[in-house]
Design a protein around this ligand. Sequence first.
Ligand code: A2P
Ligand code: 11C
Length: 348
Amino acid sequence: EDYVVAILGATGAVGSRLMSELAYSEIPVKILKLLASKRSAGKKIKYQDQVIEVEEARPESFEGVDLVLSSAGGDVSKRLLPEAVKRGAVCVDNTSAFRMDPTVPLIVPGVNDEELVHHKGIIANPNCSTIQMVAALNPIYQKYGLKQIIVSTYQAVSGAGQSAWNEMLDEAKEYLENKPMKAEILPTKGDLHHYPLAFNLLPQIDVFEDDGYTHEEWKMIHETKKILLNDMNAPDLKVTATCVRVPVAVGHGESVYFTVNDSKATVDEIRSLMAQTKGLVIEDDPKEQIYPQPLNAEGKRETFIGRIRADIENPRAFQMWVVADNLMRGAASNTVEIAASLVKRNLI
Ligand code: A2P
Ligand code: 11C
């Protein structure tokens, strides 16, 4: 059976990669519909040997659609995905709109695909920074159990969308020409203040919660628990995060400190466990100065891991450095892999 597929947010930074990942996948596509805002209606985009005209996304756009891949922001998903489900489509959503809904599976392929059977029309794709961390930690969690995760992220500007990415490039030019840098989007659209990212670091991704954490940090905590323990508030695993935006175009870096339950875990075992896991690539040779870098991860589907070492003072704790392309591993590849898993399991 071939599917009618719609990409919602096709003109965005993730949208273009959803198209290429769909073409790369084994999902049989009969018709592809490209949906975006009114601004993009009529724009023509190449897909394989066809030229497809972008349509404005409306509830009726989903008539006859089997599968929706969506990445047009949380508000658009909240408004349109229930309309798509009503019309019989299954939606894989790369926004935060439905992730914490207990009836919506939150999936990292290779980690918790078995949850897909419970879907009721919408499947959520986790936040990019959560995906790469959970992908790296899952084999360790399965073998040794995890007690605590302390993560600091170094997140690329593309995570904030194409417009934020363009803003940073403009700022870089302004800085080099000794002009004042104009900031209107970052750290996050619609917030009280905006700051330049070029030649800077912003310890704010998404809005602040009342407890002093940002919403990005909140997502890393609760999504990790939902994916690994099936409960967004699971008390057995302690997770805390500091999320920082860095002036990198593509590729999130994460310094991950984790404590295991099993005192027999060693660095060598952890390294070989991760090396045997599909989708993980070990780049870890301090003598040769080999470690993951965003520039090398760009365009790749894998998660890259290096700097694996033991905490000198705590035999149950370890550190590692994890890098992945946030638009691919953290978004488009994960979304399309979820869709492929649905097809394979006959769940569409
Ligand atoms: P458009 O290009 O027409 O604005 P990014 O994450 O790179 O910012 O991309 C966001 C994506 O979401 C784009 O494809 C954008 O389309 C789409 N989008 C934004 N607002 C809407 C909307 N109201 N309805 C449908 N798509 C939208
Ligand atoms: C960023 N992680 O880098 C965010 C982008 O919940 O899907 C993804 C937001 C989300 O800004």
